[in-house]
Structure formats: C-alpha cells, structure tokens
Design a protein around this ligand. Structure first.
Ligand code: MN
Length: 502
C-alpha cells in the first residue's frame, strides 16, 4: 500500500520513588518483559517498544513532549505497575497529543498464595495504581481506551491490536491529502460537508483539481505502458472476448488502462491517498473511470463516488486499519433490496466502483453502456463479493460535528445475477433489516459507505475515541427506543462539548 505508516507504540510504566531503587529496578524489568512478550503477539499489528519507567512529573512531561515531537510515535500504552500519584501526570497528559491506551494488567498472572508477603503486595499494585491513573484521565476528560486483563490473555492482546489498527488509521489521516476531480454531484446533500471542519477534527485535507489537470496527465500516458498493463489484465482477469487483444473493443480496454496509469501517476506525484470524481464533470475524459478506480482502490487508495470526499477518506483509513488481515475493504452503496418474507436483504453495489479486494473469485472484465454521464461505455470489473461477517460505516457531517455510523452485517450467498453488469455484495443487517434501516435513517447515515470484512466495530469505536467524533453503532443489541434516546442525548452532549469550535 502506498504511503502506509507503521508507527511504533510506546509502552510506558508509571511508578514513584517511595519504594526505593531495588523495587524500581524490578518494575522496569517487568515492564520490559511485558513489552517484549506483547510485541511478539501476532495480534499486535504495530511494534510495541519499552519507552520509560516514569517516576516524577518532569519525566512524565518530557516523555509526553517527546511523544508529540516524534512522528514515528503513534501513541502510548500506559500501565501502573505500582502506585503512581497521578497529580504527577497532569502536566504531561495535558499536552499529550498522541492517542493512549490504559492497560490495566499486572505482571504476575496468579497470586502466589503460599508465599505472598508485604514486599509482593508493594510491588504489584496495579489493582489500585491503575485506579488512581484512571481517575486523573477521567478528571481531565481524556479520551482513551481501557483494556483489562493479564497481558498474556489472547483477548487482551486482540483488544490492544484493535486499538493499534485504529492508531494506524488515525496516523495515516494526519496530514493526508485527498484530491477531488470536480465538485460534488449537483444538489446532493449527504456527500457534501465542511472540509475545514474535517481538517481540524480528522487531520486530512481535501482540495480540488480541475479535471483538465488530470486529462493532461492521462493523455500523456505512453502507448507502451498501456500495452504492458493490458497484458497484465489478460493474465489476471477473465476478459470479455471483445476486450481482448484483437477484439473489436480492445481500444476501450486500452483507454481504461490509460486512465489507471494516468490517475495513478497524478495521485503518486501529488502524494494523495485517495480521490473522488463525478460523472457530471468528465470534460476531456472519454469514460467515467471504472476499472481504473477499482484497481487503484485495490492498491490502497481511498475513493468516493460523486465527489464524496468523506467516504474517500474513510475508505482509505479503513484500508489502513485492516491492512494485513484476510478480506478487503471497498467503497459501497446500499443500492436495492430483497424484501422477501423469508428474510430481507440488501444488494450493495455502485455504478462501477467496487474494490476487487472483496471479490470472492477472479473478476470478469466487461464493457457495458452507462446510462448517465453521456460518455463512452466504461470498462469495469464484475464479481460477487465474498461472504461472511462485514460492516458498513458512514461518516456524516451534522453541521456541528462528524458522526460515524457503523452497522454490522453478514454477507450471504445469493442467486446468480447474469444481467447485472457491476460488482455486488448481498448482506443481512444486524440486528435485523427493519431495525437497522430505521436506525440508519434516523441517524442520518449516507447511502455511501466504507464496507469491510477486515475492520471490526471495535476498531472503528477506538478510531472515534481517538478522533473525538461521535460513534453510532447498529449491532445485535440495538433497540430502537434506546437508540433514539441516545441520538437525543448526543445532540446535547456534543453541543455542550464542542460548542462553536466544530
Ligand atoms: Mn453513489
């Protein structure tokens, strides 16, 4: 994946000088042992390094200053082996700009029942030391994740891993650049929003380039590069006969390859992590980019259709968060429903741009007319998505804040769709179709989403905690009465919490 960050996470242990140098040495050694064992866990996607044993306000403040200044520091895991009076942490935590996770663990797993004495008790005080730490975090209204359990516990490691994935997505968005070719689809509300607020709150910028800037790059692509890419297509996909070399529409495939190379070059040269386009603004392009966009998404770029820059950024962040896991992430749209009494289902798709990272089998490459946009027929990859647990996430701008909506779904097998000329997924919503769609609509969720088999609801919850944005979850436990009350409560909370800043 282009421009993929792999920041380190600093493991920080808190203590104090009350216990003397001997116990502190042991505390430091134990913290190092926990770090190196956790770092070996396959559940942790980022490197965890022992950073410091902190025992004074000055050490704590200096550590936080260093964390802020180090671009390779993604965040902190904080743990109190002993009691660390937490007024010592106020100044440091007040300036800390990196995310942190509070790990409530202890070095020993089992109590040594037969030998336990006061020395042991003094050395192993996380049970109350972490409560002192938790108080100051809450007193200072700091957002953080709290993970509880022995560090060798797989569930503890998975929860730390989920947070690391969120940190990686967050780190990736800070300073990320997204490009819009053209503006928003005319009159569409949900895809629009406040790009200044987004940059303040989420760290990424969105700027426009006239499509003519792109056309110049696309038109300059060399014939040889196009031929090479078409040879890769022939090798990797099942091409419609007319698109193959010698076929009567091979030139359309060549133009699609030209688009892929041209847009890819534009993104690379601009240092962009994703893009949007719109069928309403393609002046100088012969096709709406279909397969080109699909292949660029597969390479890790974020994408949103019709100028949807929020979804482009979200898809990119989700691709980063799910990196290395089996399954994929795509731009998606709730398209049409199967409302059978035997079970309601959603058919998700888009006019072209579904990422082949979610394909169940080798995609077919086809060419069909597109009823909108008034351009030549676009080339696209057609496939069924894989089945299994997945989720849809939508980032909406409510005017005074961003809300991330998440609905857990299950992608299912479906009848053949021989006439449908686009890639698609069919899923069933949690907790059920009617509840999920009511909740989604009441919460103002978009028709565009980031759709993923790799990113879990926990990862996205951690992401919203880090970003300080609202999370609205629709899952197996959703009850509409309570859900509606939560939306009302959140209106008040965010109004008071963010005021005029958002
Ligand atoms: Mn759309």
């Amino acid at each position: 994946m282009k421009l993929l960050p792999s920041p380190e996470i600093w493991f920080v242990c808190g203590s104090q000088h009350l216990y003397g140098p001997g116990p502190l040495k042991e505390v430091a050694a134990n913290a190092a042992a926990i770090t190196s064992n956790l770092d070996k866990s396959r559940h942790l996607p980022l490197k965890l390094v022992t950073k410091a044993l902190l025992t004074t306000p000055e050490e704590i403040t200096n550590l936080c200053v260093a964390a802020n200044a180090d671009p390779n520091c993604g965040g902190l895991v904080i743990w109190m082996h002993t009691f660390s009076p937490s007024k010592m942490w106020i100044r440091g935590l007040d300036i800390l700009q990196k995310p942190f996770l509070h790990l409530h663990t202890q070095f020993n797993r089992d109590l040594p029942w037969g030998t336990i004495d006061m020395d042991f008790m003094n050395l192993n005080q996380a049970a109350h030391g972490d409560r002192e730490a938790g108080f100051i975090h809450t007193r200072m209204r700091l957002s953080r994740k709290v993970v509880v359990g022995h560090w060798s516990d797989a569930e503890v490691q998975q929860r730390i891993g989920a947070w690391m994935r969120a940190v990686r997505g967050w780190t990736d968005l800070q300073g990320a650049k997204f490009v819009r070719f053209g503006d928003n689809m005319r009159q569409v509300a949900v895809t629009d929003g406040d790009k200044v607020s987004a940059e303040m709150q989420l760290g990424f910028s969105v700027n426009t380039h006239g499509v003519g800037d792109l056309v110049a790059v696309v038109d300059a692509v060399k014939t040889r590069a196009i031929s090479d890419l078409c040879a890769i297509y022939e090798k990797n996909y099942t091409l419609a006969p007319s698109l193959k070399k010698g076929g009567k529409r091979h030139n359309d495939l060549r133009y699609s390859a030209r688009l892929e190379i041209g847009i890819g070059q534009f993104l690379e040269e601009g240092g962009f992590k994703g893009f949007t386009d719109t069928f309403e603004d393609l002046h100088g392009l012969r096709q709406l980019p279909g397969m080109a966009t699909q292949r660029l998404m597969e390479a890790g770029y974020g994408f949103g259709g019709e100028g949807d820059w929020k979804t482009a950024a979200l898809v990119r962040a989700m691709k980063v968060m799910g990196h290395g896991l089996k399954g994929g992430t795509s731009f998606m749209e709730d398209y049409t429903y199967h409302l059978s009494p035997k079970g309601h289902q959603v058919l998700g798709s888009h006019m072209l741009e579904i990422c082949p990272s979610i394909a169940a089998a080798k995609p077919r490459v086809e060419i069909h007319p597109l009823g909108i946009g008034g351009k030549e027929d676009p080339v696209r990859m057609v496939f069924d998505a894989t089945t299994g647990n997945a989720l849809n996430a939508s980032l909406v701008d409510l005017g005074n804040r961003f809300r991330l909506l998440v609905n857990e779904v299950k992608a299912v097998k479906h009848p053949k769709l021989p006439k449908l000329p686009v890639a698609r997924a069919v899923w069933e919503c949690q907790p059920d179709f009617k509840t999920a769609c009511q909740a989604w609509i009441l919460a103002g969720g978009a028709h565009h989403t980031g759709y993923s088999y790799t990113v879990t609801a926990e990862v996205l919850e951690d992401f919203t905690t880090i970003a300080g944005i609202e999370l609205v979850s629709i899952d197996r436990d959703t009850r509409l009465t309570e859900f509606k009350q939560n939306l009302r409560n959140n209106e008040v909370y965010y109004h008071l919490n963010q005021g005029f800043r958002a």
